[in-house]
Design a protein around this ligand. Structure first.
Ligand code: IVH
Length: 678
């Protein structure tokens, strides 16, 4: 008996360590907080029963850690504690009973605050100037991420008002949902992997090595705690933070009893979806600092505060079948087809299963009862298998396919990668996907060429590649008909009538005016997103030059790394691709870069401009584009021939000094906008 329990303890320890690592270091958790807490609680119970079996390094003894190798670490002056979690009214009442008992009275108040879903940060100010920003780390020491934190626009790095000489505050860094979506979209366009949710994105961003890249990611912050110097009450502390120019939340509430707390919780459980950022619960804090001292801390948590975690948006259903999707690059994605279930007002029928490793690590099987969750993503994910409800007679370990479900071609999985790829270039979903990408809005923007029309054209063998689009005629297309299967298994007939044929032909013709960088992006070369395509177009001017460039030359190009270089070389070493490009040229597409593309005006013609700092309305890349669109040339450094320095906040001191030295004019973002739009 003890032996099997010991085994369970070891297994729980292993799992919890792995989850901690995934959460804090990789910023890619694979279980919900609730599940994590349940496992931790179970381990705590077993450790209490069998103290002799307890591992001194047990996860129950630790505050999860986000320490990484890449930053200098510093000891926290005062430890950074985590918060205990409650999930229901009963647990909250228990917390209040403990507080009352320990204080020996009920003359205290609570402050209820939103629990922002980001990452904790400790900020040290000296004489009103930000000195150091440390992550929580293991609670005792944290990573010094000051340079990255300094780029957060909503954080005052210089305080105002009557601030104390030495100040330590704590808060949460996060990303707004809209900014997260935009960033992920951009990453997808550039062939990069997407972040799972805003929290992971914020945590991943703050751990980046280049503050310039961090500055381009719109992070935000709420300060929720004045640590030192102390005030009489937490409420008073928050008021002081505001007077020093620090951003605090306006949604905190003073509550006199549990009922008031519960109604605050119920209100935000509903209203949280209206906020522009994610919250995952409510934090409840004893207001009087004297009472906080009296209550003190356990080894991990304050006894004067606790969090109330909202149920994440989960549902339980049956995984009826695992099917596969083939993407335009040939990537195979397994998909869970679910018994339809309601999740936050929408019916969910499918969830992503990511890849073979994900399926085998969860041992998820067809006919299993599964728990699904909606994170920041549109497609929900399977987060757990309810193994207690598994029927051993109709579930079998799942075998990943070896051949492409669409064309039967061989699948290939590179060592070290998780994704299987279909190696057949002519596999129909890949062909369709490539054409859809070529026609998409950010590429050739071909009006009238939606997915259904693409299906029709490919299935009738009228189009096998995007270059074939330019040979289509009215007679080819008129009255073309096909039955297409609906999601529910029924069929609908689509047929191209005169109006849609003309519309499509007009759209195809118009796409010939699209600049070379759009064509290059439309080719769908792996890792060549919009930004890279533009860089390559500028550097190589036309497709022939680019097709002749070898890996070393490509790697010399600004911001082109070896992965992109390899992919470009592989693309142009394929004869079929070269043929298609020749055909595009013969069809009259723009196959040469022209710097006058996208020109709005010549207001900045012959002007050499250096852009530095952080801007309010535009990102630095956007503002550079804006300058180019008005004919200006961007320079990397200030020199005697610079016409002006376009300066944002936190401007680099060396640039400012050089501008002064050479007498270069300094122009603000607002002045530039007035100059160009006026
Ligand atoms: S107070 C000792 N207040 O929740 C007090 N924490 O597990 C500790 N969090 O990562 C923190 N919103 O960063 C506090 N209003 C809030 C919060 C908050 C989010 C985070 C905190 C930490 C986690 C605690």
């Amino acid at each position: 008996m003890t032996e099997s329990l010991h085994k369970e303890m070891l297994e729980l320890t292993r799992q919890l360590q792995e989850h901690n690592y995934k959460y804090y270091v990789l910023a890619e958790p694979t279980v919900s907080d609730k599940e994590f807490d349940e496992k931790l609680k179970r381990l705590e119970i077993l450790e209490a029963k069998f103290p002799e079996l307890k591992d001194p390094n047990s996860p129950t003894q630790k505050v999860g850690g986000d320490l990484t190798k890449n930053f200098e670490t510093f000891e926290h002056k005062r430890p950074m504690f985590s918060l205990g979690n409650t999930y229901n009214k009963e647990e909250l009442v228990e917390f209040d009973n403990r507080v009352q008992k320990n204080l020996g009275s009920n003359s205290y108040e609570y402050i209820a605050e939103l629990k922002f879903d980001g990452l904790a940060i400790s900020l040290h100010y000296k004489n009103g100037v930000l000195q150091k920003a440390l992550t929580r780390g293991d609670g005792k020491k944290g990573d010094d991420v000051t340079k990255n934190v300094q780029t957060i626009r909503t954080l005052n790095t210089t305080l105002i008002g009557d601030f104390p000489t030495d100040l330590e505050v704590r808060g949460e860094i996060f990303m707004h949902k809209a900014a997260f979506k935009k960033l992920n979209q951009k990453r997808e366009n550039n062939g990069l992997s997407k972040f799972a949710n805003p929290r992971n994105c914020a945590a991943g961003t703050i751990k980046m090595q280049d503050p310039k890249v961090v500055a381009q990611r719109p992070l935000d912050i709420f300060i929720y705690h004045l640590v030192a110097p102390e005030t009489n009450t937490h409420w008073e502390g928050i008021r002081m933070l505001k007077t020093w120019g620090l951003k605090t939340s306006s949604h905190s509430k003073l509550c006199e009893n549990i009922d008031e707390l519960l109604s605050f919780i119920a209100f935000w459980d509903k209203e949280r979806h209206q906020l522009s950022y994610d919250i995952d619960g409510i934090v409840i804090k004893v207001n009087e600092v004297e009472c906080q001292h009296q209550l003190g801390y356990t080894s991990k948590f304050p006894r004067w505060a606790i969090s109330y975690k909202f149920e994440s948006e989960q549902a339980i259903t049956i995984l009826q079948k695992i099917s596969y999707q083939v993407g335009r690059t040939g990537a195979i994605t397994p998909v869970a087809n679910l018994k339809p279930v309601n999740l936050l007002g929408t019916t969910v029928k499918r969830a992503s299963l990511h890849n073979e490793d994900f399926i085998s690590s969860m041992d998820v099987r067809e006919n299993d009862v599964v728990k699904i969750e909606k994170g920041g993503e549109i497609i929900p994910k399977v987060v757990a298998v309810v193994t207690e409800d598994r029927n051993e007679h109709n579930t079998f370990p799942f075998q990943f396919i070896q051949n492409c479900p669409a064309c039967g071609g061989r699948l290939n999985k590179k060592t070290g990668e998780a994704i299987h790829y279909c190696t057949n270039h002519f596999c129909p979903p890949q062909v369709k996907g490539r054409i859809a990408h070529f026609a998409s809005r950010n590429a050739m923007d071909i009006e009238g060429l939606g997915n259904e029309t693409i299906e029709l054209l490919v299935d009738r063998s009228l189009v096998n590649n995007f270059s074939d689009l330019y040979n289509l005629t009215f007679d080819n297309l008129y009255n073309l008909t096909k039955e297409i299967e609906n999601e529910d298994g029924t069929y609908k007939k689509i047929s191209l009538k005169e109006k849609s044929v003309n519309n499509l032909l007009r759209g195809i013709e118009k796409s010939k005016e699209k600049p070379f960088e759009k064509v290059l992006y439309g080719l769908g070369i792996r890792y060549v997103g919009e930004t890279v395509a533009r860089k390559l177009a500028i550097a190589y001017k036309n497709w022939e030059n680019l097709s002749r460039a070898n890996k070393e030359e490509l790697e010399q190009t600004n911001e082109i790394g070896n992965k992109i270089a390899e992919s470009v070389v592989a693309y142009f070493s394929n004869k079929g691709n070269l043929e298609a490009l020749k055909e595009l040229q013969q069809s009259g597409l723009q196959m040469t870069y022209s710097s006058t593309n996208n020109q709005i005006s010549k207001k900045l013609e012959n002007q050499k401009i250096v852009v530095s700092g952080i801007f309010e309305k535009y990102s630095r890349e956007e503002i550079k584009k804006y300058v180019r669109m008005h004919g200006g040339t961007i320079q990397a450094g200030v020199s005697s021939n610079t016409n002006f320095l376009l300066a944002g906040n936190s401007l680099g001191p060396s640039k400012l000094e050089k501008a002064k030295k050479f007498g270069v004019k300094i122009v603000s973002e607002e002045q530039l906008i007035n100059m160009l739009d006026g």
